[in-house]
Structures are given as structure tokens and as C-alpha cells.
Write a protein that binds this ligand. Structure first.
Ligand SMILES: NC(=O)c1ccc[n+]([C@@H]2O[C@H](COP(=O)([O-])OP(=O)(O)OC[C@H]3O[C@@H](n4cnc5c(N)ncnc54)[C@H](O)[C@@H]3O)[C@@H](O)[C@H]2O)c1
Length: 437
């Protein structure tokens, strides 16, 4: 089977490489020529553990190729995935410009039966609009090829994307015709063999399932963050609470870790989008609206927490910050809490020295004025406080005595609760974390 993946970003590149690993012939097309040139050399434009080896092996063995010529890639494929970005519009809606451009390109070049699959996260009804855009392009050149549309949302997490794609909790497929379902089942056959559950449904339900998943997970995070804030007021320990409720199988222990709020390329935009389209449909989605508000407030609370740790004023103070990406094991800075938190602290007069194992180049573009450092320890030199913002593994076992000797004041604000309050007090730090006293 020949597959074409349009968009070679986090989702398209991982999905394309993993399908090739299943033994399928995959062409990844992207309009970004410099990205394609890198990929053709076997270089990986994003930080994703394990991805380089899979891309290089499949390139070498001829199952994976890259092109900036979408038309030729579409021509050879039976299944065409759309995996381009779907950012928020100004009003919280979804900007479908890239999806429309790709759908029209497919319509302009299609020369026989294809299944056109929306893998991008899109509002309900988008795959039908994809069908309409393709039909318009076919009609305008007097062509009439048969094709199917389908929805197959992606649930992979950056930082664990390969494992998530190769051993997913489930695969969701939405389609209206048996032929498309049979072809997609066949494509995902290696996952059937490892007994991955498949949810086969109609197109609108499949599109909505992705928003439901992200909205629910975001709500869990906002819930535990509110609980953490409450704990701070009344002397509770949010970790014990998270464990106490998480062991209940009806609740589950995942996504109950307090911190500076969710970020990244998906949760913020998908919750805004879900809320926007529910409002538009005349059905308010109050829980999501609240989860969004709590998340926005949480970032501000972190700014205030850091300010308080420095005596209420950061003007002229220097902060050492470890971690900039929205979570560990990625270089993705899209909607990272660091952008808003550090931006606000800079605005209030703080100098920010920072280190991140993978995201510094991206961070420099979105947080102007950062002083980027070579490692954890250089970052702390002559700073007034250390702020732990992303819990990369290498920040879990810092040489605390060395950190103390480098800082001007022994202040550690741990926004990810990596350390234990008692241990930190013994080590001589003034220690602040989230939801613990
Ligand atoms: N990043 C994630 O963790 C994740 C997880 C699940 C779902 N998603 C969803 O998947 C979609 C893609 O996300 P991403 O993070 O991979 O985006 P991305 O920005 O990393 O990649 C998108 C790619 O599409 C390319 N592109 C745009 N228009 C094009 C066109 N007309 N022709 C060819 N290429 C084009 C861009 O150049 C870019 O390389 C989004 O809808 C997102 O919400 C993302």
C-alpha cells in the first residue's frame, strides 16, 4: 500500500515514519523545502526521542521518502493523510487555512480512487468540508474521480510519540463507507495483531472524540491545580490527595500532577476550539470554559508565587530558570507556560537566565531577552532564585550544595514539585512548590 502524509511536522513525521516501520511505502510531503532537504539527509528538524533511528532506517530501506512536491506524492498514494497545523483563529475558532489548501491541492491532482484522511485535529464537520473542497477542484477541471473521506485523529504525546503511535491505547476511525474502513483497517493491521482496540464510528463522532479527550485531560489538570491552590490555603498535601483519589480506578492516577498549568501545541488550542464550537452550536461547554480560566489563572499564580519567594518584588532581580519547553523530552515551545510566566516576570523588571536541554533555539524566538546558559549550574551563577519550570530528568538530581553556593540567595521555586519540601529545608533552601506546605 502507498501512503502519502501531507505535513511533516510532529504528527505527520512521526506517523509517516511509523507507518513505514510497519512495512508500508510512505511519502511525506511538506511545503517547507528546507525541512524536506533536512529530512532527505536523514536529519530530524524536531526533538523527539527515537525518531531519528526510525526515519534513517526507513529512508535507507526505501520505504520512506520526502518531497516538497505534494502533487506527485498524492498521485502515487491510495491513502492520503492531512497532518497540517490547525491553529486557533483570533476568536478561539480553528484556522482551517492549511487544511483547505491541502484539500484543494489533492482535488487538483487526484487521478483515481483515494481515501483522504484527516489526521489533523479539526472541528466537527471539517472532513465533510474537505470532501466539498476536493469536489470543487475536481469539478473545476471537469474531472470526476471517486474518493472517500475519513477521520483518524492522532493521540500521540510529544516526547513519547513513537511508543504512542506503535502501541496506542486505541485507534479511532470515522468513515461513512465500508471501503474506506476496510482500507484503513488494513493499514493499521500491525496494531490489530497486538490487540489494539479500534473505535470505528462515523466522521463527526471521530472528530469530536479528539476534542473530548483533550478537553477531559485538560480538565483533570485544572482540577488538580485548583485543589493544589486550595491545599496551600488550608495546609493540605496535593500529592497525597492525587494518590488518594488516583488509586480509585474510576478516577485513575494520570494527569493529576499539579504545576504551572497545561501548555503545548494541543490542549490550549483544542480546549479553546471545543468551547468556541460548542458555544456556536448553542450548547455551552461550561466545564471546558472553567478549565481554560483556571489554567490561565494558574500561570499568573506562578508569577505571584515567584514574586513572593523574592520578597514581593522582582525588579532588578535575576532569576535562574531550568526548563523552557512545555514538558520534558520535547523542544516544542508552542503555548509553553514559560512564555507567559517569564514574559510577565521580565515585564515586572526581572532578568532571566535560562537553560533547557532541547528547547533553547525555539525559546529564544518566542521569549526575547532571555540569557541562555550552557547548563544548570552556569544558569544559577549570581542569580537571586532558582525556578524549576520543566521537569526534565536531568533536573531531578541537581547537586544542591553546588546550586546553593552559586545562588546569591538559597531560594528554589519548584513549579513541578520535583523535590521534597523537607529535604529542601534540610539542604538550607527557602523552598516553594505547588500545593504543599
Ligand atoms: N503535536 C502534537 O503533539 C499533536 C498530537 C495530536 C494531534 N495533533 C494535531 O495534528 C496536527 C498537526 O500538528 P503538528 O504539531 O504536527 O503541526 P506542525 O506545525 O509541527 O506541522 C505541520 C506541518 O505541515 C506543513 N504544511 C502546512 N501547510 C502545508 C501544505 N499546504 N502542504 C504541505 N505541507 C504543509 C508545515 O510546513 C508543517 O511542517 C494539528 O491539527 C494538531 O492539533 C498534534
Amino acid at each position: 500500500m502507498n501512503v502519502c502524509m501531507i505535513g511533516a511536522g510532529y504528527v505527520g513525521l512521526v506517523s509517516g515514519a511509523c507507518f513505514a516501520e510497519f512495512g508500508v511505502r510512505v511519502v511525506c510531503a511538506d511545503k517547507d523545502e528546507s525541512r524536506i532537504a533536512m529530512l532527505e539527509r536523514g536529519e530530524i528538524p524536531i526533538y523527539e526521542p527515537g525518531l531519528a533511528a526510525i526515519v534513517q532506517r526507513n529512508l535507507r530501506e526505501g520505504r520512506l521518502s520526502f518531497t516538497s512536491d505534494t502533487a506527485s506524492a498524492v498521485g502515487q498514494a491510495l491513502v492520503v493523510f492531512i497532518a497540517v497545523q490547525t491553529p486557533n483563529g483570533h476568536d478561539g475558532s480553528t484556522d482551517l487555512g492549511a487544511v483547505e489548501a491541502v484539500a484543494r491541492e489533492i482535488g487538483r491532482t487526484m487521478d483515481g480512487y483515494k481515501v483522504v484522511v484527516t489526521k489533523s485535529t479539526v472541528p466537527v464537520g471539517t472532513s465533510y468540508r474537505v470532501r466539498a473542497w476536493i469536489e470543487e477542484e475536481l469539478a473545476s477541471r471537469g474531472a470526476s474521480h471517486r474518493f472517500s473521506v475519513a477521520s483518524n485523529p492522532e493521540f500521540l504525546r510529544e516526547g513519547a510519540a513513537i511508543a504512542d503511535f506503535m502501541r496506542p491505547d486505541r485507534v479511532v476511525i470515522g468513515a461513512d463507507d465500508d471501503e474506506a474502513i476496510a482500507i484503513l483497517r488494513d493499514l493499521y493491521r500491525p496494531l490489530y495483531l497486538i490487540e489494539t482496540p479500534f473505535v470505528i464510528t462515523n466522521i463527526p463522532t471521530s472528530e469530536l472524540t479528539k476534542y473530548a479527550a483533550n478537553a477531559f485531560l485538560a480538565t483533570k489538570i485544572s482540577f488538580i491545580n485548583e485543589m493544589a491552590n486550595y491545599c496551600e490555603k488550608v495546609g493540605g498535601d496535593v500529592h497525597a490527595i492525587a494518590r488518594g483519589i488516583g488509586l480509585d480506578k474510576r478516577i485513575g492516577s494520570k494527569f493529576l500532577h499539579p504545576g504551572p498549568g497545561y501548555g503545548g501545541s494541543c490542549f490550549p488550542k483544542d480546549t479553546r476550539s471545543a468551547a468556541h464550537f460548542a458555544r456556536q452550536a448553542g450548547e455551552g461547554f461550561e466545564i471546558i470554559e472553567a478549565a481554560i480560566r483556571v489554567n490561565e489563572r494558574q500561570r499568573l499564580r506562578m508569577v505571584e508565587k515567584i514574586e513572593r519567594a523574592l520578597g514581593g518584588d522582582v525588579t532588578g532581580r535575576t532569576l535562574a530558570v531550568l526548563g523552557l519547553s512545555f514538558k520534558p523530552e520535547t523542544d516544542d515551545m508552542r503555548d509553553a507556560p514559560s512564555i507567559e510566566i517569564l514574559g510577565a516576570l521580565q515585564q515586572r523588571g526581572a532578568r532571566v537566565r535560562a537553560f533547557d536541554p532541547a528547547a533553547m533555539a525555539n525559546a529564544e524566538r518566542v521569549i526575547p531577552g532571555l540569557e541562555l546558559c550552557k547548563n544548570e549550574y552556569e544558569t544559577c551563577e549570581n542569580a537571586d532564585a532558582l525556578v524549576l519550570l520543566t521537569e526534565w530528568n536531568q533536573f531531578r538530581m541537581l547537586d544542591l550544595a553546588r546550586i546553593r553556593s552559586l545562588l546569591r540567595e538559597p531560594v528554589l521555586v519548584d513549579l513541578r514539585n520535583v523535590y521534597e519540601p523537607e529535604q529542601m529545608r534540610r539542604a538550607g533552601f527557602r523552598y516553594e512548590s505547588v500545593g504543599r506546605s
